[in-house]
Design a protein around this ligand. Structure first.
Ligand code: GLN
Length: 269
């Protein structure tokens, strides 16, 4: 094995083995099996440079998902760029609740507010082919990423640029789902880890973390058919404030759902 072999490079780059391997696979455009079979071979100088750049960026704290331009959500790969929030496993609870709450075989009209990478709308469209999905976002750059993901994954979703529900006024849906920005401004988490690199307006409302729920509580009723459902993800510590806010706005049958760690994460109304 030569000193500048792929294996040596992985071992000495300063990153955990898994991250180093994923970045090298990305540079060489190969899979894990290829790397195992060719680990003793030398790396070209171009590839070495590209790999070193990615390693430096990762060591500086950039999210691995942005460096790989990919994150898996509900078992499918989604393209992610710094224009969109990185899909979180927590959001899979919102998917599960939507699948559990709404009839699978009815031709429902379902709306996703603040779609980002499109992970929620696209997953629902693929899991429930009978449903018709509309996805809104204020950011053109995010909509482009979401559209790319829909094409790539073969999902039929209508994407519309919209500030909250303004672009769908007068339209009626059977369900509205959303994982809106809910971190209060000034929360120290915004300065930590991956969050430092994610779009600020996807993370925080710039206020107390409840602005999006106030807007949805006001606007969503006019866009729901009678008996329709609103399903929102929220922070683990918003399990009292979000249901209370919805109740005050006249919503009924409010139900709180907890994730596997026992945290209140989704409210349906
Ligand atoms: N709907 C997207 C997600 O759940 C984006 C959410 C957001 O930007 N707040 O990942």
């Amino acid at each position: 094995m030569s000193d500048d072999s792929l294996d040596q490079l992985l071992r000495h780059c300063g990153l955990p083995r898994l991250e180093a391997r994923l970045l090298l696979q990305q540079v060489l455009q190969v899979n894990h099996a290829w790397l195992v079979a060719h680990g003793g071979e030398p790396i070209s100088s171009d590839a070495r440079l590209d790999f070193a750049t990615l390693v430096q960026r990762r060591l500086a704290g950039e999210p691995i998902a942005y460096l790989l331009e990919c994150r898996e959500f509900y078992g499918r790969p989604f393209r992610v760029t710094p224009a969109v929030l990185i899909p979180r496993p927590d959001t899979e609870l919102l998917i599960e609740q939507a699948l559990a709450h709404l009839p699978a075989d009815a031709p429902l009209q379902v709306l996703d507010v603040g779609t980002g990478s499109g992970c929620i709308a696209i997953t629902l469209a693929l899991e429930r082919p009978q449903w018709q999905l509309t996805a809104l976002d204020l950011s053109d750059a995010a909509l482009q990423v979401a559209q790319h993901n829909a094409r790539q994954l073969g999902a039929s979703v209508r994407f519309v640029r919209s500030d909250y529900l303004s672009a769908v006024t007068g339209q009626r849906f059977d369900a509205i789902v959303s994982n809106p920005p809910y971190i209060p401004l000034g929360d120290p988490h915004l300065q930590q880890g991956d969050l430092r690199y994610e779009p600020a307006n996807a993370l925080t409302d710039g206020a107390d973390g409840l602005q999006a729920y106030r807007a949805l509580a006001q606007q969503a009723k006019a866009c729901l058919r009678p008996g329709g459902w609103l399903l929102v993800e929220h922070g683990y510590d918003q399990g009292e404030t979000v249901p209370a806010l919805l109740q005050q706005a006249g919503w009924q049958q409010i139900r709180l759902h907890h994730d596997l760690a026992g945290q209140a994460r989704v409210t349906c109304a």
